[in-house]
Design a protein around this ligand. Structure first.
Ligand code: GLA
Length: 357
């Protein structure tokens, strides 16, 4: 076991268009280890102890850059400029209409055809007492994927001495625009490639969620979770709701929904969720400054991808906890705003805290 924290850089590969990609390995004094590549800011591996102290990588991923470039369902990636869907890939802002890249049926998803998940980010290692971090920066040019304004973005991953992975997102713009950044890591607390996450136990601090239409666009309603498979206010087996015939579960093919976090403060970190795997004893808690979190149960994994574990990923083999603003906010005036003005700073934080029972 490491006695000190460290951050090390290695060469990871070269993109199809010839850009070099580095991998940074962050380790804390407990031996928890996070690997991040500069392509997409992707978390390729995250090793945490189980209840016996055994380390295992608990995130889904690939072992080759080419797979991340060409076929990844956003494994581990930073998502921008806009996480989740924008209906019909269109919105109006400041009296102007914007047409975005269409990449999900009729909608825009996760920033477009070449979103932040497919850009090479500039990296800077940070060592500060008990924590190690990696600061990633990318400036998205005005008009990229249809979004207005030059958007200067910085995302910092910090690994603390108490087994927390903290993600700080910041962005500034030179024109009125919309921003909604997140991370799309797929977790399996039993281990990458360990099979279904249906036996995990989830708790989500949300009284309401955003029901969606057939295209997975919110209807605008904030529906109560009470009496539905979306009620995770007390810890519940994921499988119980995953197999339900509740119409929202059927249209999402499982959980692929945004939960409105019960907030006591407007801007502080609030407890959003906790997921627990009884087999390994691993737990992840999510704390966020964001108003909501998408709980996605890997419904589109269909056995066509071989992952870094060497085995196939099938439906339900991982889950995502995407902290964010509500989907389609630019078209829904009753939702909390995702607008960013020149002179203001977009700033959000999410913490994934790893524990054992
Ligand atoms: C998000 C979406 C899902 C799906 C995945 C990527 O979580 O909500 O519908 O598109 O990303 O496969």
């Amino acid at each position: 076991m490491a006695t000190n924290n460290s951050i090390e850089k290695s060469i990871y590969g070269t993109t199809a268009d010839g850009k070099p990609v580095e991998q940074y390995t962050l380790t804390n004094a407990n031996g928890m280890e996070v690997k991040v590549i500069t392509f997409g800011g992707i978390i390729t591996s995250l090793s945490v102890p189980d209840r016996t102290g055994k380390m295992n990588n608990i995130v889904l991923g690939f072992d080759k850059l080419a797979d991340y470039e060409t076929r990844s369902p956003y494994f581990g990636a930073l998502i921008g400029r806009y996480g989740n869907r924008i209906a019909n890939a269109k919105f109006s802002l400041g009296g102007k209409d914007y047409q975005l890249a269409v990449n999900d049926g009729i909608n825009a998803l996760h920033g477009g055809k070449k979103g932040f998940d497919k850009q090479v980010w500039a990296a800077k290692a940070i060592k500060d007492g008990a924590t190690v971090g990696l600061e990633l920066s990318y400036t998205s040019p005005d008009g990229e994927e249809g979004y207005p304004g030059n958007l200067a973005t910085t995302v910092t991953y910090t690994l603390t001495s108490t087994n927390e992975l903290r993600i700080d997102y910041r962005a500034t713009t030179d024109q009125l625009t919309v921003v909604n950044l997140t991370n799309h890591t797929y977790f399996n607390l039993a281990g990458n490639g360990a099979g279904s996450i249906a036996n995990h136990i989830a708790q989500i601090n949300a009284d309401r969620y955003t029901p969606v239409d057939a295209n997975l666009i919110p209807t605008g309603e904030l529906a109560p979770v009470e009496g539905t498979p979306f009620d995770f206010r007390s810890p519940k087996l994921v499988n119980a709701g995953l197999r339900s015939s509740f119409p929202q579960i059927v249209s999402g093919r499982g959980y692929d929904h945004d939960f409105v976090i019960n907030r006591e403060t407007e801007n502080d970190l609030e407890f959003a969720a906790q997921i627990y795997d009884p087999s390994s004893g691993r737990k992840v808690e999510v704390w966020t400054t964001e108003p909501s979190m998408q709980f996605y149960t890997g419904n589109f994994l269909d056995g066509t991808l071989v992952g870094s574990s060497g085995s196939l990923y099938r439906q339900g083999d991982g889950f995502c906890l995407e902290t964010q603003h509500y989907p389609d906010s630019p078209n829904q005036s009753d939702f909390p705003t995702t607008e960013l003005k020149p002179g203001d700073t977009y700033q959000t934080t999410t913490v994934y805290r790893f524990l054992t029972d």
